[in-house]
Design a protein around this ligand. Structure first.
Ligand SMILES: Cc1cc2nc3c(=O)[nH]c(=O)nc-3n(C[C@H](O)[C@H](O)[C@H](O)COP(=O)(O)O)c2cc1C
Length: 300
């Protein structure tokens, strides 16, 4: 009843672990699948070289969610083979998240992760392009398309473009990614935000500013998915503030084929995937839906 498909990947239920939450090691990824019940896993974003990340604090709680500025800390792709292998023991599709500061970096890292056994690649386009004065890839339809096109020409697994809402027109960026040949789109990443400690008169995050996630961004993410699905014929993964079956159903009805869950894992534990899937199923039974396909896009 809950089976779905995204970019050619078959999922037993539509819940997916979002990138950056418990996605750094093969063992924690496997746990999210086996104990948590997730239908698929996305790894923490991986780049070509090891990076230490920003100063602490890197994650803080704010009303309505989390603020994070991790700084893309990761061991570098050449140290990531065991994590992909370990994650695959979870028995569900493993989507490797890739970041880069230039197009060539995305391409090289994606090719390596495919070699290690990743079932699909998710491109984290919320990174600055060093060759274009730090313009964030995902703000520019042209830069986004270029990343997708180049990665597609190197890998054979499905390529998913993860977009940011922090752009003039997310539908135009999505359209450029579709033209570049992406197999699906994830919407959205965190939204730029900050907190200030009024007693010390300083920003609280080590990096001063960061990205907001959790319930406070859900209505924004939902509109992004709805707008993209109204205009484009491309599978979409909804992401942003999903913590309950009702949240997930809203995204599915807006046209998403699956949903990613991040902040709710940190706040509510790994059981959130099974719980959300169970709540979706209960709603479908109560309301006479036979398959998830009858729910997907119902509000479009
Ligand atoms: C602590 C933390 C780390 C994150 N790291 C990444 C990352 O490495 N790559 C990425 O594409 N998104 C990253 N994200 C963004 C999430 O994958 C997701 O897009 C965002 O948090 C919205 O979903 P949520 O409200 O369910 O958390 C991170 C989010 C959090 C909270």
């Amino acid at each position: 009843m809950l089976e779905t498909e995204i970019a050619g990947l078959g999922l037993k239920n539509p819940t997916i672990l979002a990138s950056g939450i418990m996605g750094s090691t093969g063992s924690s990824l496997k746990r999210i699948a086996v104990e948590g019940g997730a239908g698929a896993l996305v790894t923490k974003s991986v780049g070509i070289e090891a990076r230490g990340g920003h100063e602490n604090p890197t994650v803080i709680e704010v009303p309505g969610g989390l603020l994070n500025a991790i700084g893309l800390s990761n061991p570098g792709v050449f140290e990531f083979e065991a994590e992909i292998t370990g994650a695959k023991e979870g028995g569900v599709p493993v989507i490797a998240s890739v970041f880069g500061f230039q197009v060539e970096e995305f391409v090289e890292v994606a090719a390596k992760l495919q070699e290690y056994g990743a079932d699909a690649i998710e491109l984290n386009l919320s990174c600055p392009n060093v060759k274009k004065a730090g313009t964030v890839f995902g703000k520019s339809p042209k830069l986004s398309r270029s990343v997708v096109e180049n990665v597609k020409s190197r890998v054979s697994v499905p390529v998913i473009a993860k977009l940011t809402a922090n752009t003039d027109d997310i539908v135009e960026v999505a359209r450029a990614c579709v033209e570049g040949g992406c197999d699906a789109i994830t919407a959205i990443n965190t939204i730029p935000a900050m907190k200030i400690d009024i007693h010390t008169r300083t920003p609280v995050l080590g990096n001063k500013t960061g990205g907001l996630s959790g319930p406070s961004i859900k209505p924004i993410a939902l509109k992004c998915v709805y707008d993209i699905k109204k205009e484009l014929d491309i599978p979409v993964i909804g992401c942003g503030g999903i913590a309950t079956g009702e949240d997930a159903l809203e995204f599915l009805m807006a046209g998403a084929s699956a949903v990613e869950i991040g902040t709710a894992v940190r706040l509510r534990g790994i059981g959130v995937f099974g719980r959300v899937a169970g709540e979706i199923e209960a709603f479908m039974k109560e309301n006479g839906y036979k398959s998830l396909n009858d729910v997907i896009g119902a509000a479009l």
